[in-house]
Ligand binder design. Structure first.
Ligand SMILES: [Zn+2]
Length: 135
């Protein structure tokens, strides 16, 4: 991989991380303004669904942040762009589109089909943060 590609990807990841951090601060600030204790049922229901949306968003942002930090750490360690399952190079085109990609397309497809989880202890270990944080 060319160093200018890596530089650009690192810049994009850092920018994405910064925007997620700014957004999560905004969500936390928005919480006290909610209508959760309003006497009106519609206001409370609406506040409830807003809160659920916000919590889901914070959860998703957290997963993305973890993934971005993982990618940035790999860039620093020099093993960025290597599939975590088969250890083959992930094509640059995929990394440009999904800079925090951890798997090649073939492994990603298998993961999505849940085939690897049952048979690959290495994958289970690396993927465990998602399982833990979703409990
Ligand atoms: Zn792979």
């Amino acid at each position: 991989m060319e160093s200018k590609d890596i530089d650009q990807i690192k810049k994009n990841l850092t920018h994405w991380l910064d925007s997620l951090t700014a957004n999560s601060n905004k969500h936390i600030i928005a919480f006290p303004k909610s209508n959760a204790s309003s006497p009106d049922f519609i206001d409370r229901a609406s506040a409830q669904s807003e809160m659920e949306y916000t919590v889901n968003r914070i959860y998703r942002d957290g997963l993305n942040k973890h993934s971005i930090l993982n990618a940035l750490e790999k860039i620093d360690d020099g093993d960025y762009g290597i599939c975590e399952v088969c250890e083959e190079k992930i094509p640059i085109k995929r990394l440009k589109a999904i800079p925090d990609a951890r798997y090649c397309i073939a492994c990603q497809t298998e993961i999505e089909n849940d085939l690897i989880v049952a048979y690959n202890p290495k994958f289970l270990k690396r993927y465990s943060f998602i399982v833990e944080s979703s409990l």
